[in-house]
Design a protein around this ligand. Structure first.
Ligand SMILES: [Zn+2]
Length: 66
């Protein structure tokens, strides 16, 4: 595996709980993480340097499906 498994997990922008991985898409270099507490989805995209960057937050998990 790569450096993606970081020790400090990202936190929810609303309640501050540690996010859990909901979906990971290697082909498109993006992932969705969900807050176990309030259920908010956090959408990440890999940037030029190979780091995950939060691009948006939403209540539905299929914002990227279209
Ligand atoms: Zn939350």
């Amino acid at each position: 595996m790569s450096k993606e498994t970081v020790k400090t997990r990202p936190k929810c922008v609303e309640c501050g709980a540690e996010l859990e991985l909901y979906e990971l898409d290697y082909e498109k270099d993006r992932r969705i993480m969900q807050c176990p507490k309030c259920g908010l989805y956090h959408f990440y995209r890999k940037n030029f340097f190979g780091r995950w960057k939060l691009v948006k937050v939403g209540r539905v998990s299929d914002l990227w499906r279209k």
